[in-house]
Design a protein around this ligand. Structure first.
Ligand SMILES: Cc1cc2nc3c(=O)[nH]c(=O)nc-3n(C[C@H](O)[C@H](O)[C@H](O)COP(=O)(O)OP(=O)(O)OC[C@H]3O[C@@H](n4cnc5c(N)ncnc54)[C@H](O)[C@@H]3O)c2cc1C
Length: 541
């Protein structure tokens, strides 16, 4: 697998063609590779973009990379668990965000250098013989014929190449060619404000927090990054041109306020001006073509969720494509991608846009109101905890799509939410994260119940033989040894997490998990066969 090898033969008829080798596209390719799907991923550029962009990765993304065996390697280059502090224009810290809990098994605010992370993700693709990587190929046009989709590419030598795939994913960024070719609109607006983003190296500043200085005139941020790097962001005031903002004297004045006086080693690596977009595609799927990542939604970086939202798309879409291409689900099931992802992506765009308003209040009165509100919050432990633990981050909650519950889904139901990831103990005594014990595909979790014994022969055959799901028997911690193994994967509830979960969710014996770790359904033992049959039907419908 090299970027230089010209495309030929079977490369030209992959099952999935991914356009764009940014973080979203490469994540999809890693997941498809894991499931053995023949994938071609192309990019018009042969190199990884090295200019400043995303810096923060969340726990949901790390869980997705755990599935493809890359989380630890990615974390090796990250600063984990970094707090964020928000200051008023007078310097008062009005919010300190430092989530300590790890419900999904990973730390929640982790800082990275995008080119390093992308290099690890690309290296991950070399593990999969079914994935072909082709840098320097530009998508020019496409033709969705109903049964296949053809794409005309311009090769690095200028020749024309036609690729025909079962599905095409446009992960080709904010200016997506794919989006234009399938006639999808990107609704929303672009903020008139411009931001100066400056990346430093050899940084010696003793400020290990991400700090945000919310100033009406010149809001600014300072973020310590791995290996002596630091990110500064400054809003450019109206009336100052991009050229003025990028002048060395302006940069020095802006950066100088963060460092003590005197000589300094820290050096500007790059400075760029960005505008912020709050936009969402009106469709995420048209026929055999899907949009994912920045091609489907754009948000201001205030909430650090632009890339993370794209990684949610990637994780959601990849297993669905794999299930359909392995003949385990129907093409119609792929509609659940848009049904599930678009609404949450829109929410994230709105929250990030709202955060921007908090950073840069429009006038003195708005600033006073915000500061007063946060002073009140400091005195209310529940609300203070809400901010400290980052509970304001909207978690996906799928009520449409591949989720099942009788009647409307109750507000506190676990269905459609990401399932927790506690540490469990395997039958051979290893203490591991749940996902590592149950494998990367569907799983039927029986809490104090054995799925093999509870499922009828027909339903068991569906999960085990047709779908290749894991049937998992979760036993209370330190229960007596099993008399006879039944064929389920047996794990122990080491931390009492399932015991506590069951107390909060009485009557639930079984949890059916999708490969993206969202709960597809929950039920009692008596209902298991019925729920199983209904899900089977939904997958194949
Ligand atoms: C200043 C800044 C700070 C940010 N901070 C954060 C953060 O902290 N956390 C976060 O989650 N997000 C952040 N983001 C957002 C994040 O950088 C993006 O959401 C993310 O990089 C998008 O990834 P992607 O894979 O969707 O698209 P991209 O990374 O844009 O990749 C698209 C790829 O498609 C290729 N391509 C385009 N057209 C074609 C074509 N016709 N043929 C072939 N290839 C094509 C391009 O060459 C490119 O490589 C930030 C963004 C900015 C600008």
């Amino acid at each position: 697998m090299t970027a230089e090898t010209p495309l030929s033969g079977g490369d030209l008829t992959p099952q999935v063609l991914i356009v764009g080798m940014g973080p979203c596209g490469v994540t999809i390719a890693n997941h498809l590779g894991l499931h053995g799907i023949r994938t071609l991923i192309i990019d018009r550029s042969a190199e990884i973009l090295d200019y400043p962009r995303a810096v923060g990765m969340d726990d949901e993304a790390l869980r997705s990379y755990q599935t493809v065996g890359l989380a630890d390697e990615l974390l090796d280059d990250m600063i984990r668990n970094v707090p964020a502090r928000y200051h008023t224009s007078k310097g008062w810290c009005f919010a300190h965000v430092h989530p300590q809990d790890q419900p999904y098994g990973w730390s929640r605010r982790n800082l990275f250098l995008q080119p390093l992370t992308e290099a690890t993700l690309r290296k991950g693709l070399t593990r999969y013989p079914s994935v072909k990587v082709a840098g320097g190929y530009d998508l020019e046009t496409l033709d969705d014929r109903g049964d296949k989709v053809s794409a005309a590419l311009r090769a690095p030598d200028g020749s024309a190449v036609v690729v025909t795939a079962d599905y095409l994913v446009g992960a080709d960024g904010g200016r997506s060619t794919v989006r234009g070719l399938i006639g999808v609109k990107l609704d929303g607006k672009t903020d008139a404000a411009r931001w100066l983003v400056v990346d430093m190296e050899n940084d010696e500043l003793d400020s290990p927090f991400s700090s945000v200085h919310t100033d009406r005139h010149r809001p600014r941020m300072s973020i310590a990054l791995p290996y002596g790097h630091r990110r500064f962001e400054f809003r450019i005031p109206p009336g100052e041109s991009d050229e003025e903002a990028l002048q060395p004297e302006t940069l020095e004045k802006l950066i100088g306020q963060f460092y003590p006086p005197g000589p300094r080693q820290a050096r500007v690596m790059r400075a760029r001006v960005y505008m912020h977009h709050s936009r969402i595609a009106d469709r995420f799927r048209v026929g055999r073509v899907f949009l994912a990542g920045d091609s489907a939604h754009l948000q201001p970086p205030f909430f650090g969720q632009g890339m993370n939202s794209g990684l949610r798309d990637a994780t959601n879409l990849a297993w669905k494509l794999a299930a359909v291409l392995r003949g385990q689900a129907s093409d119609a099931m792929l509609d659940s991608y848009e049904a599930e992802r678009r609404d949450h992506a829109r929410k994230m765009v709105n929250v990030a846009t709202m955060f921007g308003k908090l950073y840069a209040p429009g006038n003195r009165l708005a600033e006073f109101a915000r500061d007063t509100l946060f002073r009140v919050i400091q005195g209310l432990p529940g609300l203070r905890d809400y901010i400290l633990q980052m509970k304001f981050k909207p978690m996906p909650r799928y009520t449409e799509g591949l989720v099942l519950q009788r009647g409307p889904i109750a507000k506190d139901s676990p269905v459609g939410r990401m399932f927790a990831q506690p540490t469990v103990e395997t039958a051979d005594g290893r203490k591991v994260k749940l996902d590592d014990a149950i494998g990367p595909w569907f799983a039927v979790l029986g809490i104090n119940r054995d799925p093999v014994e509870s499922l009828s022969t027909e339903e068991r055959a569906f999960w085990q033989d047709e779908l290749g799901a894991s049937l998992v028997f979760i036993r209370p911690s330190r229960s007596a040894p099993l008399a006879e193994p039944s064929g389920s994967v047996v794990i122990e509830d080491l931390m009492g997490s399932f015991r506590d979960w069951r107390r909060r969710n009485p009557g639930i014996d079984f949890v059916i998990l999708r490969p993206d770790r969202y709960v597809a359904a929950v039920c009692s033992a008596a209902d298991l066969d019925r729920v199983s049959a209904e899900l089977r039907h939904r997958l194949r419908a």
